[in-house]
Structure formats: C-alpha cells, structure tokens
Design a binder for this molecule. Structure first.
Ligand code: HEC
Ligand code: HEC
Ligand code: HEC
Ligand code: HEC
Ligand code: HEC
Length: 486
C-alpha cells in the first residue's frame, strides 16, 4: 500500500508541474521582432524614397577615399570567396531567412532592400556587390546597441538612414566627422556632423558577431577592445585601422591619437590572403591601379601582423640542469586580443626547434606537415568551437560556445613551458622560436573554397585550379643559445 505521504507528494508535484507550464520562465535572450524586422540581423532601416548610392558614384567626388577603400576588406566583404563558400553552406543548412544575418554585415544594403534572395552573385547591383561601402557607414544615423537581445552591440545593431523625406522632397544625408561647410555635398547630398563617426560604436555593430539564435559571441573584437587599455586611453579602431603603417605603430606605442589629416580609408587588418586572391583577380582583368593598391594592402596586412607581437625566452634550471624553457608571447600592438575575430578559424601558433651543439634536434613542435595541417602537440592560440551537442564544430550557425578560448589580451601575455629533458647529456642548446599565423587550417580553407556558389568560378576569376598550401606569415622570431648545465 502507498504511504499517504506519497499521495500528498504526488499532488504537490502535480501542482508544481502545472505552475511550470502555465508560467513560462523568462527567456535569457528576449527578441523584439517588431523592433528588429530583419532578425536575426539587428539592422534597422529608416526607409524613405532616398535610395542607397553605389560606391563609384560617391567616388566621383571623393576620389581619394574611393581609391583607398577600393580593394579593402570592406569592399571585398561580399565578393570574398571564403565568405561566399561559407554563406552558400549556410543557406543550404539553415535557409536564407537565417543567413540574412550574414548579409546584414557583409552587404547591408543588399539585405535590407531585399535584393539578395539567396546564394550566388548573378544579377546583383553594384550596391549589393559593394559590401561595406561608403553609403553603409555614412548612412548610419544611430545604433541600438543596448536594446539587443544580448544588451551589447550585436549582429549589425545600427540604424541606416540614407536620406530624409519631407515637404520639400527627399534629400540624401551623409554623416561624417566634420561640421559641414557651406558647399558640403556639392548639391548631391546634405551633410550632418556625427560624433558616432568618431567613436568605436560605429564599428561595434558589425565587429561583434553572435550566433543567430543562441546569442553566443563568435567574434568579440569590439568588447575585447572595450575591456582593454586602448579604450581607456581613447585609442579607437579608427586610430589603428584608418591610418598608414607608421602612424598605426606610433598610435599603439605612444597611445597618441593620429592628427586629423592622417586618417585614410584603408581598413587594413590581417587578412593578407584575401588581398592576395583579389590581386590575382585584378591581374586577370588587367586593372593595373588596383593590382598596385592590393600589393600595398597585402604588405600593410603582413606588416600589421609582424608588429603585433613579441617573444621572450627564459631558461628554467632545476638542480643545475636545464629542465624547461619558458616562452612568453606578448601582444604589444593589437588593440584587442591576439588573434581576434574569427578565432575558431584563424591560426596563430608557436613553432619551436631546439638543437644541441652537434646539430641534433632535441625538441621540435609546431612545424606545418606535408598535408598542410599542424601536428597534435602544437601550442596554438585560438578557440575551439562546439555545438549544442558539445562536439567540435566550425560553422558559425552551429557553434554556440567555445570549449577552448586561448587568445592574448591587448598589452597582455601568455607563457608556454617546453620540457627540455631531451637536451640531457648535451653541453648547449640553440633554440629557435617563431610565432606564425595563417587565415585558416588548410582543410577548412579547402572545404570553404570548394563550397562557393556555382556562378563564382574560381578558375576564371582567380586562376585557381586547386587550393595551394596557404601562405604563413612569421609574425616574429627569436633565437638563443643556453647552457644545459649551470
Ligand atoms: C555582426 C556582423 C557579421 C555577421 C552577422 C556575420 N559576419 Fe562574417 N565577418 C564579419 C567580420 C567583421 C569579419 C572579419 C573578421 C576577421 O577578419 O577576422 C567576418 C569574416 C567572415 C569570414 C572570413 C572571411 C575570410 O576571408 O577569412 C567568413 C567566412 C564569414 N565572415 C562568414 C559569415 C557567415 C556565413 C555569416 C552568417 C552565418 C556571417 N559571416 C555573419 C562580420 C559578420
Ligand atoms: C567602415 C566605415 C566607412 C566606410 C566603408 C567608408 N567610410 Fe568614410 N569615414 C568613415 C569614418 C569613421 C570617417 C571619419 C574619419 C576621421 O575621424 O577623420 C570617415 C570620413 C569620411 C570623409 C571625411 C573626410 C575624411 O576622409 O576624413 C569622407 C568625405 C568620407 N569618409 C567618404 C567616404 C567614401 C566616399 C567612402 C567610399 C569610397 C567611404 N567614406 C567609406 C567611415 C567609413
Ligand atoms: C557631387 C559631388 C559629391 C558626391 C557625388 C558625393 N559627395 Fe560627399 N561631399 C561633397 C563635398 C563637396 C563635400 C564637402 C567637402 C569635403 O569634405 O570634401 C562632401 C562631404 C562629404 C562628407 C563629409 C561630411 C562631414 O561633415 O564630415 C562625407 C562623409 C561624404 N561627403 C560622404 C559621401 C558619400 C558616402 C557619398 C556617396 C553616397 C558622397 N559623399 C557623394 C561632394 C560630393
Ligand atoms: C556594416 C558592417 C561593418 C561596419 C560598420 C564596419 N565593418 Fe569592418 N568589416 C566588416 C566585415 C563584414 C568584414 C570582413 C569581410 C570579410 O573578411 O569578408 C570587415 C573587416 C574589417 C577589417 C579587416 C580585417 C582583416 O582581417 O584584415 C578591419 C580592419 C575592419 N573591418 C575595421 C573596421 C573599422 C575600423 C570600422 C569602423 C570605422 C568598421 N570595420 C566598421 C563589416 C563592418
Ligand atoms: C592599437 C591598435 C589597434 C586598435 C585600437 C584596434 N586594432 Fe584591430 N588590429 C590591430 C593589429 C596590430 C591587428 C593585426 C593582428 C591581429 O590580427 O590581431 C589587428 C587586426 C584586426 C582585425 C583582423 C583580425 C583577423 O584575424 O583577420 C580586425 C577585424 C580588427 N583588427 C578590427 C578592429 C576593431 C573593430 C577595433 C575597435 C573595436 C580595432 N581593431 C582596434 C591593431 C588595432
């Protein structure tokens, strides 16, 4: 027979279960779909008869800005074959309703106007193909960073207002850092002074990428910056990425803002691979000016990487015997973590070789293997993505957490210890350490480039028959000799 308590307990449990079903637990991430009509992109568009203007039209009057922007990662944001491959995979996996999220950042105008209807490039206007073009940034009238589901800048949380309509008709309005001069806009557009264009908040909307549904920060460049020393000293994204290489180094070293005349529309980061590919495409169309500009941008990206970090070696002796080597990796000039952004795809790692006085290798780690992959024991600084099933994942619509997140904060460091027991019996060891970088693992790059939409012919556009071994940049290198016995 059942104990009477059991009956009471069952009744209480029943009531509790009822309560649980009738009062829904509040969601962790609340989404206001009316406020965000393009969800999962969080862009808002002040729709008016004022249309978006393609970049070449702005370039007609603003030749210098156009020349600098043309060939930049922002210009290539939609045409980028690596993006197109991943996007095409995403459309197939989760559908175009969800991939509007991607387009909101990679081609905002093409998304809000509804021009982009799926994967592929065929038939798209210069405005849609223009990626992050002039009239995206200069139409941003405000942000909604704090109303987002995560209450942080996220997935394009900005308001696009390319113009204003009133009794007198429709005016294009472009926003910039200056107080407008009398002839500002040359009769083509009105001007508005915008403090937002002198804040990192302008960049934040797109440089905080969250999972479309789980709101997990897949890329957190803005918040890394905001929580670091550069934000404390008012050194903005613009101050390192909208200047030439020498000015960037001065800014980073002295925490000194550039002079007004020193800003340019380069938006140069680290993606030398994309400049390399775009350069090959420009060679094929015979655009000499663009080829020259892309070569310069390639050099700038490599130079960014080469000036971002420093290495230090310290031998550790135990009982007079060299037992370990401490390698300190320092982030000396990146305004955010190193690496940043797509940290579950980018690769930054240590390659180390130690030889004794006879040239015998006593320690080796991190050398790229024949098939382009890195050995298991490589010390790598990046993240491992994992999906809802807690398994390793790469695709941004699957990754909802990082199982490993190992990047170096701005002006911070990480120490790596290598056991030196292999050197026992030797007199001296000479150690060479390199900090190396590439855009992706060889296999990941091959998979993405193999997935580009049908109307993107890699052989025709880039002359690519197959994906060559991805180029690696040596960010910095140290070589030192140590006594084995002290
Ligand atoms: C909030 C804005 C935003 C959203 C949403 C977004 N991206 Fe991106 N994406 C970026 C930024 C910024 C970068 C550059 C990061 C870097 O260079 O490390 C980037 C880089 C990439 C790259 C690497 C390109 C290269 O050449 O290495 C791929 C691939 C990519 N995105 C695909 C996607 C896909 C697919 C989606 C949708 C599932 C998506 N992105 C959604 C902003 C966004
Ligand atoms: C990613 C956003 C972004 C894009 C894309 C962009 N700009 Fe700008 N632009 C800015 C910012 C930020 C400033 C302010 C820089 C400063 O503080 O001087 C600026 C400044 C300007 C100015 C004022 C003068 C100057 O150079 O500082 C003009 C004119 C201008 N942009 C035109 C253009 C044109 C034309 C294009 C396209 C070819 C373009 N912009 C693309 C963000 C952008
Ligand atoms: C008919 C010529 C003309 C065209 C086309 C044009 N502009 Fe301008 N724009 C001007 C002039 C003139 C000024 C004021 C002088 C200057 O700053 O160069 C100006 C100023 C600006 C400024 C600085 C505003 C400020 O107060 O900081 C921005 C930003 C800008 N334009 C963006 C654009 C963008 C984006 C486009 C394309 C949508 C565009 N312009 C198209 C002529 C033009
Ligand atoms: C409308 C969205 C958007 C805005 C606003 C925006 N970006 Fe970007 N940015 C992107 C996307 C998308 C990419 C990557 C494109 C790709 O790799 O295919 C990118 C790439 C970059 C890169 C190149 C990264 C590399 O790997 O080389 C830099 C640097 C950059 N942005 C700086 C800025 C700065 C500085 C601002 C603010 C002045 C800004 N961005 C505003 C969307 C945006
Ligand atoms: C003090 C200088 C400095 C500041 C400030 C700064 N960056 Fe960077 N950024 C760098 C350097 C150096 C690199 C190259 C090394 C690396 O990849 O981190 C870089 C790389 C990048 C990349 C490319 C990452 C990749 O792997 O392709 C993006 C995107 C970027 N920055 C965006 C931003 C944004 C957005 C901000 C503002 C929130 C910002 N940066 C502030 C110096 C700076």
């Amino acid at each position: 027979m059942k104990h009477p308590y059991a009956k009471v307990a069952a009744a209480i449990a029943g009531v509790l279960a009822l309560a649980a079903t009738s009062v829904a637990a509040p969601a962790v991430f609340n989404v206001d779909r009316e406020f965000y009509p393009f969800y999962p992109s969080l862009i808002k568009w002040n729709k008016s008869p004022a249309e978006f203007t393609p970049p070449a039209d702005c370039g007609g009057c603003h030749e210098k800005q156009f020349r600098e922007w043309n060939g930049s990662v922002h210009q290539l944001a939609f045409l980028d074959p690596v993006y197109q491959g991943e996007l095409n995979k995403a459309v197939k996996a989760v559908g175009h309703e969800v991939t509007r999220q991607c387009e909101g950042c990679h081609s905002a105008a093409g998304m809000v106007t509804g021009e982009i209807k799926g994967s592929g490039l065929a038939g798209l206007s210069p405005m849609a193909l223009g990626g992050v073009s002039c009239d995206i940034c200069h139409s941003i009238s405000d942000t909604t960073h704090w109303q987002t589901p995560s209450h942080e800048p996220e997935n394009g949380s900005m308001i696009l207002s390319p113009g204003l309509s009133g009794k007198g008709g429709t005016d294009l309005v472009k926003r910039g850092p200056w107080k407008p001069s009398a002839d500002c806009g040359g009769g083509f557009h009105k001007c508005e002074e915008s403090s937002l264009h002198q804040q990192a908040d302008l960049c934040a909307s797109c440089h905080q990428v969250y999972h479309y549904d789980a709101h997990f920060p897949l890329e957190a460049t803005y918040l890394e910056w905001k929580h670091g020393p550069y934000a404390q000293k008012s050194i903005l994204c613009q101050d390192c990425h909208m200047v030439d290489t020498a000015t960037f180094k001065r800014t980073a070293d002295e925490f000194r803002k550039p002079e007004r005349g020193e800003y340019h529309h380069y938006f140069n980061g680290a993606n030398y691979l994309l400049y390399y590919l775009a350069g090959a495409a420009a060679e094929r169309t015979g655009d000499r000016e663009l080829v020259a500009s892309l070569k310069e941008k390639y050099q700038m990206a490599v130079e960014h990487l080469k000036s971002a970090a420093a290495l230090e070696m310290t031998p550790v002796y135990r009982a007079g015997q060299l037992s370990e080597l401490k390698v300190r990796v320092k982030n000396i000039r990146a305004g955010h973590n190193l690496p940043t952004s797509l940290t579950n795809v980018r690769q930054m790692w240590l390659e180390i070789t130690a030889k004794d006085e006879k040239g015998k290798v006593v320690l080796a780690s991190g050398a790229v293997q024949k098939d382009g992959t890195l050995p298991e024991n490589t010390r790598i600084f990046n993240s491992d993505g994992m999906g809802k099933d807690f398994h390793f994942a790469v695709d941004p619509w699957v990754v909802t957490a990082f199982s490993r997140h190992d990047t170096i904060p701005p002006h911070g460091y990480k120490d790596v210890f290598y056991g030196m027991n292999g050197a026992k019996g030797a007199k001296k060891v000479t150690v060479e350490v390199k900090l190396r970088y590439r855009q992706a693992d060889q296999k990941v790059a091959e998979a993405l480039l193999a997935a580009v939409p049908k109307d993107m012919n890699l052989k025709e556009i880039y002359g690519l028959e197959k994906v060559p071994q991805l180029p690696v940049v040596d960010m910095t290198m140290e070589r030192q000799t140590f006594q084995v016995r002290k």
